[in-house]
Design a protein around this ligand. Structure first.
Ligand code: 0A1
Ligand code: ZN
Length: 881
């Protein structure tokens, strides 16, 4: 394991390599513990650079077993090899030369899951960001691109499949019991996109005919016997390929596209050229085993990785500071895809919920960083919701500023201008400036300034003048390393609604650019006057969440209720309902803390129940409206001195009051929202299930007994309904006989299915209350628990730390101490996973003083432990700062 060197990498230090890599030829002789890797690399010195400079290649835990220079053994005086680097001197001034580097690596011992490793009996690689240097010495950085030839030699019986990037060149027997295969990828690529997979897997095959009429073979590899469960992923892949052609004119560029599903994977999936490797959680689905959320995730991630072929692979990042160049853009593209495939407003609500619950706390805490950071200690720690989700929001704002066609023109220019290159955010933004003529200099601050802007709005109506004045102010909070901020360009989608619910169109607007229903806030303060407004308007600001900001706008419950009924943008209706809910939930938390009774305001309950019963609204929308802000949303809004128990108690009391007031509505929905015919995972049917299950949750609050949930559990014929019923039982009635029985029957029925057993662990890890820690400890002793499997770790330890504020945050601090022990244990095997789970501590400073003290002690315990990885040291030190 790489332990911390304290080295910080700065964007300002970027310079191109001294040597240009022309070609890569790799030969792998696979063996579980001693794999031999021979890398033949052809370089020439970059013209104009120091003619005496040595070449320095990256390594990570490597030992050199051989080095040839132009096929002749190299004089040891000319090179130095350490586990971290290979330096070669006295190289030709301009002529190309070849280095042949031999290393021997141990895939079986690779528990970090970076580089070449073993999972479920197969060989697999993960090279982003810096995993390739664990395979061979290499200029392991994204701006070094070359065509790769890959030869794989392995035992034939154990590894009938030998896969790598690009197109298949050929294969044959190779001595007794062995065979080989050769692959060639003509598209120059950086090392992080390299992949190799070998082993024995089942396959699902299909084809796709591209818009220019080429036939592409599609293959999804899964464990034998699981082939039928890859059908949905295959369908999602074909829809993604078609959509990218139609929406963005992007055609696939190899003869074959392969996906391999593996069970041990640190992240969701990886876009290696022509050979995507997936966490099997995001490939495998059938109604009995996968929830509607699983189906939606599979569709989104299949699309995401496929879309990377153009945004990431054909055009890649110059350096890792530019990560949002590929990730923000590709998330934006997968969001658009899912919006087109499903319901746009419902998808937008889900995106914003995710952004607020994951990215806003990051941006408001010690781990805040710009979308395009300027320094890092460990790049693995920058695969964050800020880079991905806020990066996507920034891309979305460019589309809002330029309009759909303007955005498409800019993106076309980007593809034309930069195909085959490794570029920067500045190059990307320039394409949109050049295509539209719009100056994006101020807008670019979104890439450089961290922190969620707070926009405060207030309005006044002048009936005599027929004008409405809106005063706006923006404030961007200080974040680590950025004490002061410049005002940003914030595009606010905005509309005015009249008393009868219709839209009011202003005759003119003074004081701010307002076009296409977008108001451009560019000053620190700004006053916009809307003329020609005949009656007092109800204003809707930041419709569709056009900008990722916090908005403070003091609107009356009556005005919010008006928007919840009349807004034409359904996202904004949901926002109005949320804005009605929040003050109730905040007050409930305060009242619960002081032992006062919790009382819910009437307009809110009436408006919410009216939306729930409104048949003109999509069921999926109604389910989202009824799912109140979460406990961590409430904590974030409260901001400081948080007591998770009071937040929980207050929220539960509000849920109960809504449930009691709406008992008939919920009983009606529960009866009516049935899905006809065979199971279908489409958005419409998923919406019916979501609303029915939400009704069930409220009914269980009204009835206060597990009976109805248990009956739903017994009757369920799909995983969505089954796991929802089990969650109600476990979270609401943890000590009931019904719950024990359901948990046991679920475990027995699915013991052989890892992905479903992950749900069983996660549901229990999420049970509110102080007692859950003991349950989690006991579950770690369960024979089904597997420490080395990242999905299993995330389902138990991750869910407990990220999604159980009262359990993890129990008053005596035992939850935090437990986490410290787990982090140190995980860090010894898999630093990336340890660091990610540790980010669950990012909001510790907003806890009430006693809990904050416990949290700090646990963090210090981690910080002081010997031999920490760079990953964990970086997170723990930033979290404590
Ligand atoms: N580029 C991938 C994410 C990814 C990053 C690092 C990894 O290392 C374990 C794996 C995957 C994506 O955006 O999907
Ligand atoms: Zn990605």
């Amino acid at each position: 394991m790489r332990t911390d060197t304290g080295q910080v990498i700065h964007l300002a230090d970027y310079r191109p390599t001294d040597f240009v890599l022309e070609r890569v030829d790799l030969t792998f002789e696979l063996d579980p513990t001693e794999t031999k890797v021979e890398a033949r690399l052809i370089f020439h010195r970059r013209p104009g650079t120091d003619p005496t400079a040595p070449i320095v290649l990256d390594g990570d835990e490597l030992t050199l077993s051989g080095l040839l220079f132009d096929q002749v053994e190299m004089d040891p005086a000319r090179y130095d090899a350490t586990p971290e680097s290979l330096t070669v001197r006295d190289l030709p001034e301009s002529a190309p030369f070849e280095l042949t580097i031999t290393t021997v690596i141990n895939p079986e011992a690779n528990t970090q899951l970076m580089g070449l490793y073993r999972t479920g009996g197969i060989y697999c690689t993960q090279c982003e960001a810096e995993g390739f240097r664990r395979i061979t010495y290499f200029p392991d950085r994204p701006d070094v691109l070359a065509p790769f030839t890959v030869n794989i030699i392995a035992d034939k019986d154990a590894n009938p499949l030998l896969l790598s990037n690009g197109n298949f060149l050929g294969g044959a027997g190779y001595g007794p019991g062995k065979h080989f295969a050769a692959w060639f990828d003509p598209h120059p690529k950086p090392s992080y996109l390299f992949a190799l997979v070998a082993g024995d897997l089942g396959v699902v095959e299909d084809t796709f005919t591209t818009m220019s009429g080429r036939e592409v073979v599609l293959k999804i590899y899964v464990e034998h016997g699981k082939e039928p469960r890859a059908a949905y992923a295959m369908d999602a892949l074909k829809r993604s390929m078609k959509w990218d052609e139609e929406r963005f004119g992007r055609e696939y560029d190899l003869d074959i596209f392969m996906i391999v599903a593996v069970s041990d994977f640190n992240m969701g999936a990886m876009e290696n050229k022509g050979l995507n490797v997936f966490n099997d959680k995001y490939v495998l689905a059938d109604p009995e085993l996968a929830t509607d959320a699983d189906y939606a995730n599979i569709e989104a991630i299949i699309a995401h990785e496929y879309f990377h072929n153009w945004t990431g692979n054909r055009i890649t990042c110059r350096d890792w500071f530019q990560l949002c160049l590929k990730e923000g853009l590709t998330v934006y593209r997968d969001h658009e895809f899912s919006s087109d495939q499903r319901s746009r407003p419902v998808k937008r609500i889900a995106e914003v919920r995710h952004l607020k619950s994951e990215q806003f706390p990051e941006d408001g805490g010690p781990l805040a960083h710009p979308v395009r950071p300027t320094k890092y200690r460990e790049i693995n720690n920058f695969y964050t919701t800020t880079v991905y989700e806020k990066g996507s929001e920034v891309t979305r704002m460019i589309a809002t500023l330029l309009g759909k066609d303007g955005f498409k023109k800019g993106l076309d220019l980007y593809f034309d201008r930069h195909d085959g290159q490794a570029v920067t955010i500045e190059d990307f933004v320039k394409c949109f400036e050049d295509a539209s003529g719009r100056d994006l200099a101020q807008f670019s601050l979104w890439y450089h300034q961290a922190g969620t802007p707070l926009v405060t709005a207030s309005g006044s109506y002048d009936a005599a003048a027929g004008s409405f004045t809106l005063s706006l102010e923006q404030m961007i909070p200080a974040t680590p390393g950025q004490p002061t901020k410049e005002p940003m360009h914030i595009p606010l989608s905005l509309a005015l609604f009249g008393e009868n619910g219709g839209k009011l169109e202003p005759s003119s607007v003074e004081g701010a650019e307002y076009s296409g229903e977008v108001l451009h806030l560019t000053g620190r303060t700004q006053t916009a006057v809307f003329h020609g407004i005949g009656s007092r308007p109800v204003v809707s600001i930041n419709r569709s969440f056009s900008a990722p900001i916090n908005l403070h706008f003091d609107q009356s419950p009556a005005d919010l209720a008006h928007l919840a009924r009349h807004e034409t943008d359904h996202f904004a209706r949901w926002q109005a309902l949320t804005d009605l809910a929040l003050p109730n939930l905040l007050k409930a938390a305060r009242d619960a803390r002081e032992g006062k009774p919790v009382i819910c305001e009437a307009t809110f309950v009436e408006t919410l129940l009216a939306a729930a019963a409104d048949q003109s609204l999509e069921p999926a929308f109604r389910a989202q409206a009824l799912a109140l802000p979460s406990e961590s949303d409430i904590a974030r809004e409260l901001g400081s001195n948080n007591d998770p128990d009071a937040i929980h108690a207050g929220r539960q009391a509000i849920l109960k009051q809504i449930a009691e007031a709406g008992k008939d509505v919920f009983a009606g929905l529960y009866a009516a929202m049935t899905t006809p015919g065979d199971f279908s995972p489409d958005a419409k049917n998923a919406g019916l299930r979501a609303l029915r299950n939400t009704a069930l949750t409220y009914l269980s609050h009204a009835e206060q007994t597990p009976a109805r949930a248990k009956a739903a559990f017994d009757a369920a014929n799909n995983m969505t309904d089954l796991s929802h019923a089990l969650t109600i039982l476990a979270h609401r009635f943890p000590d009931s006989a019904e719950t024990s029985e359901a948990l046991e029957s679920f475990r027995d029925r699915f013991a052989g299915n890892a992905l479903v057993i992950d749900k069983w662990f996660a549901i229990q890890a999420g049970i509110p209350g102080a007692k859950t820690l003991e349950r989690v400890r006991a579950l770690m002793q369960n024979p089904l628990f597997k420490r080395t499997n990242p999905n299993r770790m995330r389902s138990l330890v991750g869910t407990f730390a990220f999604a159980n504020p009262t359990g993890f945050g129990r008053a005596d601090g035992e939850g935090y101490r437990f986490l410290a022990d787990q982090i140190l244990d995980i860090d010894g095997r898999n630093p990336q996973l340890a660091a990610r789970i540790l980010t669950s501590m990012r909001s510790w400073r907003s806890l009430e003083p006693a809990r904050a003290d416990h949290a700090r002690s646990a963090l210090i315990e981690i910080e002081q432990a010997p031999g920490l990885s760079t990953d964990v040291r970086d997170i723990v030190e930033r979290t404590l700062k």
